[in-house]
Design a protein around this ligand. Structure first.
Ligand code: SAM
Length: 487
C-alpha cells in the first residue's frame, strides 16, 4: 500500500468515526510484509490503539443489500456460508464513492499469494505436502476438470436436475462420517470455515423436496414449487441433495405430470400416476413454477393455454413482483404525512416487502392491506398499531386509485411495452430471435400480461366505485335531508 493510500485509508477511517491514536500508531509498509501497524511512540501496557464502531464493520448485517433484496436473499441461499458477504462486498465496491466502505475497499488486496491462485507448475512444488492433494487433483487435470467454468456447470446441473433424497430412517451406513454435523464443517466462523461451507452454497439449491412422513408403503418424493420459501429449507441437510440417474431424464410441463418418484428403503421408484399412451411423453413435475423461475433454474419456459381473464399461450403459474417501496413512493405523493413509521411497522408485523400478483389478475390481499395502512387516518393508524392488527384488505376508491398508479409505474420498469413484445413473438418475426432472447421476451411478456390484466380489473372497479360513491353521495344527501326532517 503506498503512503498515499495508507493516509487515505486513515482519513477515511477517522471520517467514519473510527478512532485511531495516530500519534502513537502509524500504518506503513514493511518490506516483505506488505502494510502493517507501527508504534510511533512508546506505548504503555493496556493502552487502546484504536476503536472501530460496530456499524463500520462490513457484514451482511451492516450492508443494506440483504434488505434491498428482501426475501430473495434467503431464497438464493445468501444467508448461509460466505456467499452473502461476498456479494455484499462486490455490491459495495460497485457503488464507488457512494459506499460507506469505499475508503476501506480501495485498500484491500487485489492479488493473493495463496495456492488458490497458483498455476499448475507452482502447485506441483507442493506435491506430498498437506496443502496439495495432487493424488486427488493432479495438476494436468486442473484446466479441464477443475476450472471455475466447470464449477458453475456442476452447480447448474444440480440446480436443474437434483432431487432431495433424505436418509432412510435408521439408516446410518458404517463409516459414513463425512456429513457428521458435529465435526468442524459445521463451524461457519470466518477464520477456520470449512471450504465446503464457503462460496457455492447457493449452488446446492435443491430442485425437489422429499419429506419423510413415516407412512407405510412407498413414500412420495413430493415436489413443490415454493419449497425455497419454506422454513424447512433453512434446515436442509446438504447431504440430502442428490443427483439421481435416470429420474433426471424426465422433462416437465405445467400440470402435465403423469409420473412421480417414490422412495423405499433400498431404492427409488419412478411410478406412473396416470395411464400413459404409447408415444406420449412421460412427465415429472418441477412444481409448476413461473417462467422466471423455470428460466433461472432449468433454462426453459412453459407455454400452455392460459385461463381467463388471460388468453393465448403462457405459463398459468406466472407471477409478477411489486416491491413495497414502489407503493410507498406512489402513496407518499398523495398523503401529507411521513410514511416511515407505518412502513417500519408493516415490515415488523407482516414482513412482506414484495407483493406477488398472479395470472388470476386480482390484487393481492397483502398489497391491499398495505395500501390501506398507508392511507389510514392518523387515529385509525394509531389504533391499528396499538392492537397489532393489519388493516382488512378492503378495496375502496383510494386504494384502487393508488393501485392504478402503482401498476402503471411497474409496467414502465420494463424497457419494452407489452405490444412490442407481442410483435417480437409474432409467428413471422419469432425466427429472428435467439433462444435466450425469445425466453427473455416470454418471461417479461408473461409478467406484463398479469400487470395489464390486473390494471384492467382495477380500473373497472375504480369506475364502479366512483359510480357507487356518487350514488351514495346522492343517497346521503337525500338521507341527510330526511334526517333533518326527522329532527
Ligand atoms: C431433469 S432434466 C430433464 C432431462 C433433460 N431434457 C435432458 O436432456 O437431460 C431438466 C432439463 O430438461 C429440460 N426441460 C425439461 N422440461 C422441459 C420443457 N417443458 N421444455 C423444454 N425443456 C425442458 C431443461 O433443459 C431442464 O433443465
Amino acid at each position: 500500500m503506498s503512503e498515499q493510500i495508507a493516509s487515505g485509508f486513515v482519513d477515511w477511517f477517522q471520517s467514519q468515526h473510527g478512532n485511531l491514536d495516530s500519534a502513537k500508531v502509524g500504518i506503513v509498509q514493511f518490506p516483505g510484509h506488505g502494510r502493517g501497524a507501527v508504534a510511533l511512540q512508546d506505548i504503555p501496557e493496556d493502552y487502546t490503539l484504536f476503536t472501530i464502531p460496530r456499524d463500520l464493520t462490513l457484514s451482511t448485517r451492516t450492508c443494506s443489500l440483504p434488505s434491498l433484496m428482501g426475501q430473495a436473499w434467503k431464497e438464493h441461499g445468501l444467508h448461509e456460508g460466505w456467499a452473502g458477504l461476498i456479494l455484499c462486498m462486490m455490491w459495495e465496491e460497485s457503488r464507488g464513492a457512494d459506499s460507506k466502505w469505499s475508503g476501506y475497499l480501495a485498500t484491500l488486496p487485489n492479488t493473493f499469494d495463496t495456492p488458490m491462485f497458483w498455476g499448475p507448475e507452482d502447485l506441483n512444488e507442493l506435491q506430498g505436502t498437506a496443502v496439495n492433494r495432487t493424488d486427488l487433483f493432479p495438476a494436468e487435470k486442473h484446466s479441464q476438470y477443475f476450472s471455475l467454468e466447470r464449477y458453475h456447470l456442476m452447480g447448474s446441473r444440480i440446480l436443474s436436475r437434483s432431487f432431495t433424497v433424505e436418509q432412510w430412517k435408521g439408516e446410518h451406513p458404517e463409516g459414513d462420517d463425512a456429513h457428521d454435523d458435529d465435526d468442524e464443517a459445521a463451524d461457519t466462523s470466518a477464520m477456520d470455515v470449512d471450504p465446503e461451507e464457503a462460496p457455492g452454497s447457493s449452488a446446492a439449491e435443491p430442485t425437489e423436496s422429499a419429506p419423510v412422513d413415516g407412512s407405510d408403503g412407498p413414500e412420495e418424493l413430493q415436489v413443490e414449487a415454493d419449497d425455497e420459501d419454506s422454513d424447512d429449507e433453512d434446515h436442509e441437510d446438504p447431504a440430502d441433495v442428490a443427483m439421481v440417474p435416470m429420474a433426471d431424464m424426465l422433462n416437465a410441463r405445467f400440470e402435465s405430470e403423469n409420473a412421480k418418484l417414490f422412495y423405499e428403503e433400498r431404492e427409488l421408484k419412478m411410478v406412473s400416476t396416470k395411464p400413459i399412451k404409447a408415444g406420449e411423453q412421460i412427465w415429472n413435475t418441477y412444481g409448476d413454477p413461473p417462467n422466471s423461475d423455470l428460466l433461472r433454474r432449468y433454462g426453459h419456459v412453459d407455454l400452455v393455454p392460459l385461463n381467463p381473464p388471460l388468453s393465448g399461450l403462457g405459463n398459468p403459474g406466472d407471477v409478477v413482483e411489486v416491491r413495497a417501496d414502489l407503493i410507498v413512493s406512489v402513496a407518499s405523493k398523495k398523503v401529507k404525512y411521513d410514511l416511515k413509521e407505518r412502513v417500519d411497522w408493516w415490515l415488523e408485523e407482516a414482513d412482506d416487502d414484495v407483493f406477488v400478483l398472479r395470472t388470476d389478475c386480482e390484487l393481492a390481499e397483502e398489497l391491499v392491506s398495505f395500501v390501506r395502512l398507508l392511507l389510514l387516518p392518523k387515529d385509525e393508524w394509531e389504533k391499528a398499531a396499538q392492537k397489532s392488527k393489519l388493516p382488512k384488505p378492503k378495496l375502496d376508491k383510494d386504494v384502487l386509485a393508488i393501485a392504478v398508479d402503482v401498476l402503471e409505474k411497474r409496467l414502465k420498469e420494463y424497457s419494452t411495452t407489452l405490444e412490442e413484445d407481442e410483435a417480437l413473438l409474432a409467428p413471422e418475426r419469432i425466427g429472428e430471435l435467439s433462444l435466450n432472447k425469445r425466453h427473455a421476451v416470454i418471461v417479461r411478456l408473461g409478467e406484463k400480461r398479469i400487470l395489464r390484466g390486473t390494471l384492467k380489473d382495477v380500473r373497472v372497479k375504480l369506475i364502479a366505485s366512483a359510480g357507487t360513491s356518487r350514488k351514495r353521495g346522492r343517497e346521503e344527501e337525500k338521507g341527510g335531508k330526511g334526517k333533518k326532517a326527522r329532527k
